[in-house]
Design a protein around this ligand. Structure first.
Ligand SMILES: N[C@@H](CCC(=O)N[C@@H](CS)C(=O)NCC(=O)O)C(=O)O
Length: 250
């Protein structure tokens, strides 16, 4: 069986969620570099990639043996869990699974959009994203973190219970990237349960391998990183990932 292809770059949060799940499960895959938003040959807006995912976003996976193609990080993670029998991270009990799905649906508008709204203006100064957008993103994220703090993470070790699930991978790649040590663009002081969970997630297998790109890029709260710095961080992350994948390949 040929290894699964994962299209994307490590700098992308939803791509990292899929990468992390696969590394956590020690499942070999091959990363195919696709640059988000670019119309170039290796871009997500190139006709060749749009033929796989008309939405033009990363990640996408492809099974070389069957030709099956799938996009959207959460759909991919559910599919991989279903087909590999990863019931620990995506439980088969209807209620437990529904709680994971609950977070995965909640995530898009409340956590993902807000985290992008906080980081994008720092990275793409050229886009002159208005302050009001950043303020709205900050307010949305703060509301979501209050919800996680006082409910999900007040009741359990991980988001949906005592067991690590897809919800944690999905949430961490967005929320975790804002921490000191990575981009450092959000103050988590008012959220002790969220901080405890962030520390817990740092101990999950594969965390460091998946977050090389952010560790390399470091604090962007002051000076925005150059395109060269982002490219170089992605390159180093890919190098580390390839070495890790070689270890996993039988
Ligand atoms: N809901 C999608 C979001 C994917 C997404 O927005 N990916 C970004 C990179 S982080 C992208 O491909 N952007 C390029 C574009 O929209 O042209 C998922 O979870 O897979």
């Amino acid at each position: 069986m040929q290894p699964l292809l994962l299209y994307g770059v490590p700098f992308s949060q939803p791509v990292r969620a899929v990468m992390w799940l696969m590394l956590y499960k020690r499942t070999p895959f091959e990363m195919v570099l696709i640059n988000p938003g670019s119309k170039g040959e290796t871009g997500s807006r190139n006709p060749a990639y749009l033929a796989k995912n008309p939405g033009g976003t990363i990640p996408t996976i492809e099974e070389p043996d069957t030709g099956f193609v799938l996009s959207e990080a959460h759909t991919i993670m559910c599919y991989l869990s279903n087909t590999h029998g990863w019931e620990d991270v995506y439980p088969t009990d209807y209620r437990l699974r529904a709680r994971v799905d609950w977070y995965l649906h909640y995530h898009h508008r409340n956590v993902r959009d807000a985290s992008v709204g906080l980081v994008a203006p720092k990275i793409r100064k050229d886009l002159n994203i208005p302050d009001v957008i950043q303020q709205a993103a900050h307010a949305t994220l703060t509301k979501a973190l209050h919800a996680l703090e006082s409910s999900w993470l007040a009741e359990s070790r991980y988001l949906t219970g005592e067991q690590l699930t897809l919800a944690d991978f999905a949430a961490y790649v967005e929320i975790g990237q804002l921490q000191p040590g990575f981009t450092n663009v959000y103050d988590f002081a008012p959220f002790p349960n969220v901080r405890r969970w962030l520390d817990e997630m740092k101990r999950v297998d594969g965390h460091d391998d998946v977050h090389v790109v952010l560790a390399e890029l470091g604090d962007i709260s002051g000076e925005p990183p150059t395109m060269e710095a982002i490219r170089s961080a992605n390159k180093n992350a890919l190098r580390v990932l390839k070495a890790k994948l070689r270890e996993l390949t039988p």
